[in-house]
Ligand binder design. Sequence first.
Ligand code: PLP
Length: 421
Amino acid sequence: MNSRRKFLKSALTGFAGATLLPQISQASTASNTLNEKLISDDNSEAYWNMVKNQFPFTDGLYYFNNGSLGPSPTMVRSATNDYRKILDEFPSKYMWGGWNDEKETVRKQVADLLKTSEEEIAIIHNTTEGMNLIARSFDLKAGDEIILADHEHTSGTIPWQVWQETKGIKIVKPILPIIPKSVDEIVEIYKKAITPKTKIISMCHIVNTNGMTLPVKEVSELAHSRGILVAVDGAQAAGMLDIDLHDMQCDFYTASSHKWLFSPKGVGIFYARKESQHHLKPLIVCNGHTDKTIRRLENYNTRNLPEVLGLGAALQFNQLIGSEKIEARTMELKNYFRAKFEGNQKYKLKTPASDQLSGAIQTLEVVGKDVKGVQDSLFEKYRIDTRPMSTFGLNGLRISLAIYNTKADVDYLANVIETIS
Ligand SMILES: Cc1ncc(COP(=O)(O)O)c(C=O)c1O
């Protein structure tokens, strides 16, 4: 057993926010037993079935759509409900300052997950807020350039488009290949898009269209050598990959924890490296807006504290399994899924294969069939939820393979697709 697991076992004091609140620290024997089961070197399907059982879905649903929205495991649902109950039983006691220490604990948990410092983390609502926070902070002039590749999500493009329309900044839009051959090929595309007027490169860590992973570290090194800042939309990566933000070197990174971190909905995380924080201005100004720390970016008076503390429970869940193990399982499931379709002329995998270039999101075309019809049949006849992707000529099902999807689920999905095709 590695030292992380030994430490977690010895530190086990129960789940559901045990470290956060005395009221919910009365760990039941059942929850302690579950925690112990989650902290394990076991990588068998029995282990992952036990993980799957933490995510009850509506009857008969096969959920392959985590890229749209993640579910929360039972323990996170319970913790959030407990916080809501405590708050509702004495609202004024907790809302404004009553849960400061607990919130700081969550900040530290986010920092630990992303291997950074809590002084570089703000807790916001979602990626859209994070991307707005970045774009709205910069007072750019007409002619200044921002690089936004063609697969960026509207969360990251619209704030800059508004500056294009109102201030005359220029958006430079490099075209990414659907199946890049290497990291170098992508870095070269970004390199060619840089000019002396480039101020910021804003990029996804994983794009939402076909799930390709972009080389944030290499692009950050390139950008910094030219004095350019790098902002990253991590909505489809945080919680799926084992991330080290200091190693990645980007200036800003934001994500919605309600996707791959399985937190309550409407909570997001924001990172700004220490040296780049001076660029940022709060989106909303109220008490605390002059705070010298990163906390100034997350103040909006009365807020969704049960969900914020529920994020703490989601981070504990993540930590019990471990980010390394989650990333390894992601790649295992991906390769298991791809092996079912690779080499078969009836299908086209529209996501690059290598672990450097993709993770748990894979886009698959059933050749000769319109994706909308395929997606409808999967859902109506077989209760399989996926997301159809028509942009970029993908005509593909976007299939998300989260840790609650087992190999048996993938077998079912592949058999049904074969039947339909
Ligand atoms: C890459 C990417 N960025 C941003 C978002 C927006 O997330 P939210 O609505 O949580 O802000 C999504 C949502 O699917 C996404 O896939």
